[in-house]
Design a protein around this ligand. Structure first.
Ligand SMILES: Cc1cc2nc3c(=O)[nH]c(=O)nc-3n(C[C@H](O)[C@H](O)[C@H](O)COP(=O)(O)OP(=O)(O)OC[C@H]3O[C@@H](n4cnc5c(N)ncnc54)[C@H](O)[C@@H]3O)c2cc1C
Length: 380
């Protein structure tokens, strides 16, 4: 399905991801979900295929590919497990941050290890009191003679308790928007205390934790990007991250459709397959249309982000549409499966729970609408 909408040069990658997904993810996804279990082994296998450094420059041991390839990978993995796809997306955000805003020494120090999967990255912006309003973070970085002293508490850090490296956004001055800096914080430093993994509705194979930073001392060489300018950098990264979540949502739409089509053909009621009822055909047709539209928006936004053109509005549109379509499609999938869709031994109820994350993470659907409307109403 994705092949029909994607350039033929990407078909080998699509096939590779489909094969890997079936082999190393599909057989275990239900158990990871049940046990809230982070799939260390599967992530290492993905790393050996170079998939943790897909957008990392080749000179740092990555594959040097674009956001389009990352989106293909996230979609293909999400088809079998959205939590694992979320891990790749969040790790990609840290790689992107270093690649776009890091200096040579920082890139040399961390990107090869991130690309090999020796360490995972966690990107820490949100806090208990600051989600949609990212400028209101309270974590502080105070300048001292050894560099910076960081104190605060981050919330919802994907890879929070399995990462080896965090990018931490912290308030470095008094101005609300233009006094936030980013720091590379290694897990082993004194004062870095991740919480136990949080129990979530869905995407349960991804690791989400709070992160306490108690008097964490870093040198000025660990400051990532320009001093005080991290919020505008974060917004650029979030545009790319939203393409990733849109791709993840597309994977969930495809999963919902493929499983529903298969069930509708097999399941007999009133002496015929339920696929013969128009009431079942309509949601299948809607899912297929949502998939195509979602993927085309996602691929378009990825293409813009790969170029030097502004991609924020397109990324917001892709994420808004694909996320809502994933929630709708997975709900339709449960309905098509009837009572069996409500049971834990089929994956469609998991798709339903996983899809909801897409409307929340990397900016809620409401925030995507604000981004789109702001552009529409901008003075010419
Ligand atoms: C599983 C998971 C993983 C995550 N991973 C990360 C991560 O790795 N790093 C990270 O930094 N963050 C991460 N997040 C945080 C995520 O980005 C935030 O949860 C999200 O931005 C929403 O913030 P909030 O939860 O504080 O909700 P709030 O901002 O409190 O929003 C609550 C509700 O109010 C609405 N709302 C808020 N402001 C407005 C407005 N101006 N207009 C209209 N409606 C509004 C929202 O849309 C929402 O419906 C993750 C979250 C989850 C659930």
């Amino acid at each position: 399905m994705i092949k029909a909408l994607t350039a033929s040069a990407l078909h080998p990658l699509i096939d590779q991801i489909a094969a890997l997904g079936k082999e190393i993810i599909k057989p275990h996804a239900a158990q990871w979900d049940r046990d809230n279990q982070f799939p260390h082994q599967a992530i290492q296998t993905l790393a050996t295929h170079g998939l943790l450094g897909i957008c990392v420059d080749e000179r740092w041991g990555g594959m040097g590919k674009s956001l389009t390839e990352l989106a293909v990978i996230i979609e293909g993995i999400a088809r079998y497990d959205a939590g694992t796809a979320l891990t790749l997306a969040a790790h990609g955000l840290v790689c992107d941050h270093l690649q776009l805003f890091g200096d040579e020494a920082q890139q040399q120090r961390y990107l090869p290890r991130l690309a090999r999967g020796d360490i995972l990255g966690g990107w820490a912006l949100a806090e208990a009191g600051s989600g949609s309003d990212a400028a209101s973070i309270k974590t502080r970085a105070e300048k001292n003679e050894d560099g910076w002293l960081i104190n605060g508490r981050k919330m919802f850090v994907t890879q929070g308790s399995v990462a080896g490296l965090y990018v931490v956004m912290a308030r470095s001055g008094e101005h609300r928007r233009s006094a936030i800096s980013a720091f590379l914080v290694e897990r082993e430093l004194d004062g870095v205390k991740p919480s136990a993994p949080l129990e979530k509705l869905g995407c349960r194979s991804s690791n989400t934790s709070a992160l306490h930073l108690d008097a964490v001392q870093v040198s000025d060489q660990q400051r990532l990007g320009e001093e005080h300018r991290a919020l505008s950098a974060a917004f650029i990264l979030l545009d790319r991250g939203r393409v990733g979540i849109a791709a993840l949502a597309c994977g969930l739409i495809r999963a919902s459709l493929e499983d529903s089509r298969c069930h509708a053909r097999r399941r007999q009621q009133f002496g015929q397959p339920i696929a013969s009822f128009q009431a079942i055909q309509w949601p299948l047709a809607e899912m297929a249309t949502h998939y195509d539209a979602g993927w085309l928006l996602t691929a378009h936004a990825a293409m813009l982000c790969n170029s030097t053109q502004p991609c924020g509005t397109s990324a917001a549109k892709a994420k808004l549409f694909a996320s809502q379509a994933a929630v709708k499609s997975s709900e339709q999938a449960v309905q098509i499966h009837g009572g069996y869709g409500y049971l834990k031994n089929l994956p469609v109820e998991r798709y339903f729970r996983d899809a909801k994350l897409c409307e929340i993470g990397e900016g809620t659907s409401e925030i995507q609408k604000l981004v789109i409307a702001r552009e529409l109403l901008k003075e010419e």
